[in-house]
Design a protein around this ligand. Structure first.
Ligand code: PLP
Length: 412
């Protein structure tokens, strides 16, 4: 008889040899929606496809509009990176400015600041959520701080009201990096509605996906500047060849927004499914010695669960490092990964920050890298499961703690 405790990487039986839900997922409604636009030839958002694109923008804005606040709207753009750059440009952030960001995020959060000529300043994280810590952000402040970009990491709101109050008190702009967090909310108020702008991504891995794509949420004239900047400097009411500022073409196509609008139909069901899976995994994994799932605060009333993240302590696994743990876990059929390296240690970021500071004639922020203790530990110890895994059946999800227990019993 097979020895069930023998690790799969040593020739034993894998705990979960079967597949996980594939991503992206395509429904017959998605196919019909894309085909309709394809056949109609109304592909371009600036011309015949405008109505289709606007229909998606209205629906996406409605998802992030706080009750009773009719003015929140949205501009769809070509990527989350484009959304961040446009938000910074429209907020007037540029050379000589500093922007406080977390170091544990996708490079776009920092590279967008560098693209507009500013310098990102890294501040440490809240250990419970791995989102930017408001106190650390306040401590990283300087006379040149013009904006703060907290990231709603993994889909968990990064205490947006505290950041909004901090920015208001100190005269800076709040831009929410909500690329991983569509539909998330803090005490019932949706992300993307707290800052001057909220930035979202529809890149392939995201909970709502068009392969590529993004959106900026915001209000009034500020959002109109985003619209103009993403559309060759035009204005909504202006002529095709009327260009009032220097913009770019960062438009999404109507084929993409048709696909996104169709996905919105099943988005609430998928979000509920991910949330149920996250509670099951949190409860089961928290029992395993050396495994500590992140701990969203109760105020995070809606979490997008783009990722399910947990910290791994090698001491409880016989000193095996995270790389060995993840390799053995993957051999058991659990598709976990290691996640980000810190942007504060990225040479390209440091080089461009130096160039930007020199060009603007301002000192380079000292960065306080030594103080990034939580972020350093996250980069060493955090493990991720992707949102698509959270759409699995309960019996498949239970294989995840089972596989982790198997390793812990073998090594612990
Ligand atoms: C936190 C965060 N910010 C920004 C981005 C950039 O989005 P995109 O890949 O659509 O440019 C992503 C996605 O990859 C992200 O996860």
């Amino acid at each position: 008889m097979a020895d069930a405790s023998r690790l799969a990487q040593d020739g034993g039986q894998a705990v979960h040899p079967g597949p996980w839900p594939r991503w992206p997922q395509v429904s017959p409604e998605d196919e019909a929606a894309v085909l309709a636009v394809l056949r109609a030839g109304t592909w371009c958002s600036a011309t015949a496809g405008a109505a289709e694109v606007r229909a998606f923008e209205r629906a996406f804005a409605a998802l992030h509009r706080p009750p009773g606040e009719g003015d929140l709207d949205c501009v769809s753009v070509s990527s989350g990176t484009a959304a961040l750059i446009l938000a910074l440009q429209a907020a007037g952030v540029g050379p000589g400015d500093e922007v406080i960001v977390p170091p544990y995020t996708f490079i776009a959060t920092a590279s967008a600041c560098l693209q507009v000529g500013a310098v990102p300043v890294f501040a440490d994280l809240d250990p419970a959520t791995l989102c930017l810590d408001p106190q650390a952000a306040a401590a990283a402040w300087s006379v040149r701080t013009r904006a703060v970009i907290p990231v709603h990491f993994a889909g968990c709101p990064a205490d947006p009201p505290t950041f909004a109050a901090l920015c208001q008190d100190r005269g800076a702009v709040l831009i929410e990096d909500a690329c991983q967090a569509p539909g998330a909310a803090w005490l019932g108020r949706p992300v993307g509605s707290f800052g001057l702008f909220g930035c979202f991504s529809f890149q392939e891995s995201k909970n709502l996906s068009a392969g590529e794509g993004g959106a900026v949420t915001g209000r009034g004239e500020a959002l109109e500047r985003v619209w103009s900047l993403h559309n060759a400097g035009r204005t909504r009411e202006g002529a095709w060849y009327g260009h009032e500022r220097i913009g770019q073409n960062l438009r999404l196509t109507a084929l993409q927004t048709a696909l996104l609008r169709s996905q919105l139909q099943r988005f609430p069901d998928q979000a509920a499914r991910r949330a149920r899976a996250a509670s099951l995994l949190t409860e089961a994994l928290a029992r395993v010695p050396g495994i500590a799932p992140l701990c969203p605060p109760p105020a995070a009333t809606a979490h997008a669960w783009h990722l399910f993240a947990f910290n791994y302590d090698p001491a409880a696994f016989g000193g095996r490092d995270r790389r060995a743990f993840l390799a053995a876990l993957r051999a058991e059929g659990v598709p976990a990964s290691a996640g980000y390296t810190l942007l504060s240690g990225n040479a390209a970021v440091a080089r461009q920050a130096t160039v930007n500071a020199q060009r603007a004639g301002v000192p380079l922020p000292d960065g306080g890298n030594a103080a990034l203790a939580v972020a350093r530990q996250a980069a060493d110890r955090c493990c991720w499961l992707h949102q698509a895994v959270l759409l699995a059946e309960e019996s498949d999800l239970r294989a995840i703690p089972e596989a982790v227990w198997k390793l812990q019993r073998a090594w612990g």
